[in-house]
Design a binder for this molecule. Structure first.
Ligand SMILES: NC(=O)c1ccc[n+]([C@@H]2O[C@H](COP(=O)([O-])OP(=O)(O)OC[C@H]3O[C@@H](n4cnc5c(N)ncnc54)[C@H](OP(=O)(O)O)[C@@H]3O)[C@@H](O)[C@H]2O)c1
Length: 333
C-alpha cells in the first residue's frame, strides 16, 4: 500500500535505501510471480489441486521444482491434472491422495496417507465448494455442507497433518473478498437460523480466514517457527486463464458464459494462483500475512488486510473451540 502524505508541500526526501525498504515492505515489488525461487526438495500438498486455482497453484509450484501432492476427491480428475502438469513440467514429481473434505472419515484417511510424504513444507488449503446448493445441505457428519467442507474439513486436515509439517513448514488458507460483501454473523456460522447460498459461502471464508489467522497467533505464542498464511485470488475465472485440456474446459456451459461475461473485471485462474504461490514460496513472507491481487480483483500478489472480523482474536478462539468440538480432533497447540 502506498501512503500519500497529507499536509501539502513536498514529502521529506528519502534515501534510496529507505525507498527500497518501503517498497519491500509494501510488497508491491520484490516478488515476481513469473520467477519463483527454486523449490527443489520441498513437498507441497494442494487440496483441490485437480481444478481451477488449485490446479494452477500445483502447476506453478511443480515448475519451480516442488514435489506436489494433489489431494482431490476424484482420482480421474487428479490423473488428468497430473498429465496436464507433466505436459508443462516433464520432470515434475506428482502424486494423488484421495480426499473428500465433506467427510471427516475421508479426511482422517487422507491425513494418514499424506503423512507418508513427511516432512511436508506446505499445506495449501485451497479446495472449496464455490457454488453452494440452493437449499441447506449437510456433510456426511451432519454439519452445514459449505462451512463443513470448506472450513471444518480443512481444520481437521491441518490438525491431523500438523505433526508431519516441517519445522519451517507453512499452512496456506484460501480466503475471499466475499467476506467484505457479507457481514459475519458468528452466532449463525452454520446457517441454523437462516440459509442463503452466498451467505453460507462467505461464512465459510470468514471461518477459513479466522482459522488461519488464529493459527498464526498460536504458532507465535508457542514460539513455533512454522507459519500460517492466507491468500485470495480476486475474481479468477477459467474463461480468462491459459488453456489446459481436461482442466479449464470442464466447467458447465452456464458457468462458462457467466465467466466470459464477468471475468474481464478479474483475471484468469492461472494468475489467481499467484497469491497462493507467493504464500508458499516467498522466503520473506511472515506468518499471518494475507496475499491478494494488487488491484483487488486482479494484479500481482501483494500483502492485503483481512476484514476486521476475521482478524478478531475473540472470533478465532471461539471458532477454534467450536471446530475442535465438532470434529472431535484437538489441535496440538
Ligand atoms: N475463483 C475465484 O474468483 C475465487 C475467489 C475467492 C476465493 N476463491 C477460493 O479459491 C479456492 C479455489 O476456487 P476455484 O475458483 O479454483 O474453484 P473451482 O475451480 O470450483 O475448484 C474447486 C476445487 O475444490 C474441490 N472441492 C470442492 N469440494 C470439495 C470436497 N468436498 N472435497 C475435496 N475437494 C473439494 C473441487 O474438486 P472437484 O473438481 O472434485 O469438484 C476443485 O478441485 C476456493 O477455496 C475458493 O473459495 C476463489
Amino acid at each position: 500500500m502506498v501512503h500519500l502524505r497529507g499536509g501539502g508541500g513536498h514529502p521529506p526526501p528519502r534515501t534510496a535505501r529507505e525507498r527500497r525498504e518501503e517498497r519491500r515492505r509494501s510488497g508491491v515489488t520484490g516478488w515476481d510471480p513469473r520467477a519463483i525461487p527454486s523449490l527443489a526438495g520441498r513437498c507441497v500438498v494442494v487440496t483441490g489441486g485437480n481444478a481451477g486455482i488449485g490446479y494452477f497453484t500445483s502447476e506453478q509450484l511443480a515448475r519451480a521444482g516442488a514435489r506436489v501432492v494433489i489431494a482431490a476427491r476424484s482420482a480421474e480428475k487428479a490423473e488428468a491434472a497430473i498429465r496436464s502438469i507433466r505436459a508443462q513440467a516433464p520432470d515434475a514429481e506428482l502424486a494423488h491422495v484421495r480426499l473428500d473434505l465433506a467427510s471427516l472419515a475421508s479426511v482422517r484417511e487422507a491425513a494418514e496417507e499424506l503423512a507418508a510424504f513427511r516432512p511436508l513444507h506446505a499445506l495449501v488449503n485451497n479446495a472449496g465448494r464455490v457454488l453452494p446448493s440452493r437449499v441447506r445441505q449437510l456433510t456426511e457428519d451432519g454439519f452445514e455442507a459449505i462451512v463443513g467442507g470448506n472450513f471444518l474439513g480443512h481444520f481437521a486436515l491441518t490438525t491431523l497433518l500438523f505433526p508431519a509439517l516441517a519445522a519451517d513448514g507453512r499452512v496456506v488458507g484460501l480466503g475471499s473478498d466475499s467476506t467484505r460483501m457479507v457481514r459475519l454473523e458468528a452466532d449463525d456460522l452454520w446457517s441454523e437460523r437462516r440459509y442463503a447460498p452466498f451467505r453460507a459461502y462467505a461464512f465459510s471464508k470468514h471461518a477459513v480466514q479466522g482459522f488461519h489467522l488464529e493459527l498464526a497467533r498460536r504458532l507465535a505464542a508457542a514460539g513455533d517457527g512454522r507459519r500460517s498464511l492466507l491468500a485470495h485470488p480476486g475474481w479468477a475465472t477459467n474463461a480468462y486463464a491459459a488453456k489446459r485440456v481436461g482442466i479449464t474446459d470442464r466447467d458447465p456451459r452456464s458457468q462458462r458464459v457467466f465467466e466470459a461475461v464477468t471475468g474481464w473485471a478479474g483475471q484468469g485462474k492461472d494468475r489467481g494462483a499467484w497469491p497462493s504461490v507467493r504464500a508458499v514460496a516467498d522466503p520473506d513472507a511472515a506468518s499471518g500475512t494475507f496475499f491478494g491481487p494488487s488491484r483487488q480483483l486482479a494484479g500481482r500478489p501483494v500483502p492485503v488486510t483481512p476484514v476486521a472480523s476475521s482478524a478478531s482474536p475473540a472470533f478465532g478462539a471461539a471458532l477454534w473451540a467450536n471446530a475442535e468440538q465438532k470434529s472431535g480432533i484437538r489441535f496440538p497447540l
